[in-house]
Ligand binder design. Sequence first.
Ligand SMILES: Nc1nc2c([nH]c(=O)n2[C@H]2C[C@H](O)[C@@H](COP(=O)(O)OP(=O)(O)OP(=O)(O)O)O2)c(=O)[nH]1
Length: 134
Amino acid sequence: MKKINVVAAIIQCGEEILCVRRGPSKFNYISERYEFPGGKIEVDETKDNAIIREIKEELHLDIHGPTYFNTVDHQYPDFQITMHSFICLIDHKNITLTEHIDQQWLKIDELNNLDWAAADIPIVQKLQAEYIKG
Ligand SMILES: Nc1nc2c([nH]c(=O)n2[C@H]2C[C@H](O)[C@@H](COP(=O)(O)OP(=O)(O)OP(=O)(O)O)O2)c(=O)[nH]1
């Protein structure tokens, strides 16, 4: 089974978090689902550099000092994913979608309203658990 290593950015502006929607995919279980922007880690690349590169490519946004949040291992029908997420704070919402088909800026307690890729659900749950704890 193919294994992929992915980084994903939880981009936070004030109280809101950026959620982006993938376009159509040959895999129906990720097609048009919401996710956190990011992508595959390249050979010999650090996770930090991968997230900075992916966010620049996908959103034309520069992020500084991503902070590690969690790692999710998830088995999809056709591949296994290990996804490392990072919190990235920004002070404006000026982004350009180059690959995704929608963006939504939601408060943590609104994140459930979206149809997430399954691998993202543990990230959403951890964000909500920590938010409730304060
Ligand atoms: N970026 C990202 N990918 C996710 C998330 N959740 C999730 O299941 N995935 C899956 C979807 C894809 O199969 C894979 C990441 O692929 P990608 O297409 O975003 O990565 P990439 O830009 O480096 O890939 P490529 O098009 O260059 O091949 O991980 C998520 O929150 N963010």
